[in-house]
Design a binder for this molecule. Structure first.
Ligand code: NIG
Ligand code: FE
Length: 433
């Protein structure tokens, strides 16, 4: 007798499960290339969770449901896990983009009071309701691009009340959008104007007031560790204080100038070290021996027109746990497309198609302590899916500039964000590809 479930997704042209490898933990080296692809695949879902995956023939024999969705023609993978974003902002900063295109430098714009501080002014001025609505719109944008789990940083308030407002806006927005979200307190994103003459006083405010007050409302604490912003000693003080208040640690590390950021992240037991365009050999060696995930953000390097993409190949070959993410923010990378990030990861960082799938699903899930819930289609995990209009999973990264995601499924429910009615025909003139 067939077992009854809520819904069946059937006839996926290819179903990428990542279920050949272990359900939890980060995947390193050759294990990043084990995808578990099922031709004409199907998924049985009950209570929003994966019950089973397999060939459609077997799944439809073993399971029955009144609700059956035919996905013939489409490639299906686990929903994207975007583990580094800054969605709590009020206004865009396109003028800075064009200033950079005309020759201005990102850090010089920031030093002149633009950059993060201009976003800070906008966030401080915007009422909570409106900031929550903006943030909600940004979250729907992730969903439309196939992201089902997203890490969200604050960092444009830079005062106790404005960081609190940012966390509240995030909480309200997250309550309205069916995505799995994690919250990161990034009060150490920049020094606000009122503390620019006495930077250590802002570090004290962070450690003694902001972190103790806001830690219950966040999952992680992050610091923009960069020469000219938070130096090594300041970053360490802030992160140690955050850890003492129960927050796990993430870090903007070695982005523009090398600073031993990766080494510090490992030393502090951070769950991730992010950017890493200028990571040192010692940093790579330290990360390879640790559970600190290297979150690479090639969209930012592209958008800022910087020369140093993170050395993904060397990191993967050394055994580091590597993830990729959008870094969606109003200044240095305004994209929500993990598909575009996969293109850059392949073409600029020389990652393989298999690696950029693993780096966008199970590895970022591990960095968010959600690997038991999302990131692969093992039975028991959330039925979070990304449905692609592409001929094969191998076309990942290849189609760029548009959105190859035609449907996002969260907890077994298709979101209507971007469903297309027309079925693709990917057959070649002579039949089989
Ligand atoms: O990750 N590096 C610092 N923070 C962001 C940029 C934020 C901004 O410019 O608004 C980043 O690139
Ligand atoms: Fe960032």
């Amino acid at each position: 007798m067939a077992e009854s479930v809520d819904r069946l997704f059937v006839h996926c042209r290819e179903l990428v499960t990542l279920a050949e490898g272990p359900a939890t933990g980060a995947r390193r080296g050759a294990a990043m290339r084990q995808l578990g692809v099922i031709a004409d695949g199907a998924i049985a879902v009950r209570g929003g969770r994966v019950v089973a995956t397999g060939p459609t023939e077997r799944i439809t024999r073993d399971y029955r449901a009144t609700d059956e969705l035919d996905l013939s023609g489409f490639v299906v993978m686990p929903g994207f896990v975007d583990c580094h974003t800054h969605p709590v902002f009020a206004t865009t900063r396109e003028q800075e983009f064009h200033m950079r295109c005309a020759g201005a430098d990102y850090m010089a714009i920031a030093a002149a009071g633009g950059g993060i501080l201009s976003s800070m002014r906008a966030v401080r001025e915007m009422p909570l309701e409106q900031l929550a609505a903006r943030t909600e719109r940004h979250l729907w944008g992730f969903a439309a691009h196939g992201t089902t789990t997203v890490e969200c940083k604050t960092g444009y308030g830079l005062s106790l009340v404005d960081e609190q407002k940012s966390l509240q806006a995030l909480q309200r927005a997250a309550g309205k959008v069916p995505l799995t979200t994690k919250r990161t307190f990034l009060g150490a994103h920049e020094f606000p104007p009122e503390y620019r003459q006495d930077r250590d006083a802002y570090v004290r405010l962070l450690c003694d007031e902001m972190i103790p007050t806001l830690a219950p409302h966040a999952d992680y604490c992050d610091v923009f560790a960069e020469p000219g912003v938070f130096d090594r000693a300041q970053s360490e003080r802030i992160l140690v204080a955050a850890r003492a208040h129960g927050l796990r640690l993430r870090m903007h590390a070695d982005e523009i100038q090398p600073m031993g950021g990766a080494e510090l992240a490992v030393q502090l037991g951070a769950v991730s070290a992010d950017h890493l365009g200028r990571i040192s050999d010692a940093g790579i060696a330290a990360m390879a021996q640790s559970d600190t995930v290297g979150v690479l953000l090639p969209g930012t390097i592209l958008f800022l027109a910087k020369p140093h993409y993170a050395p993904a190949r060397r990191m993967i070959d050394a055994g580091c746990a590597v993830a990729i993410a959008t870094d969606f923010n109003p200044g240095s990378c305004h994209t929500q497309s993990m598909s575009l990030i996969q293109t850059l990861a392949c073409s600029q960082m020389k990652m393989s198609a298999e690696e950029v799938i693993t780096a966008a699903t199970i590895n970022p899930a591990f960095s968010l302590q959600l690997d038991h819930e999302v990131g692969s289609l093992h039975p028991g995990k959330r039925a979070d899916l990304c449905v692609f209009d592409m001929p094969s999973w191998r076309a990942v990264g290849y189609m760029f500039g548009g959105n190859p995601v035609v449907m996002t499924v969260k907890d077994g429910v298709p979101l209507s964000a971007n469903v297309v009615e027309q079925r693709p025909d990917w057959s070649s003139p002579r039949g089989a590809r």
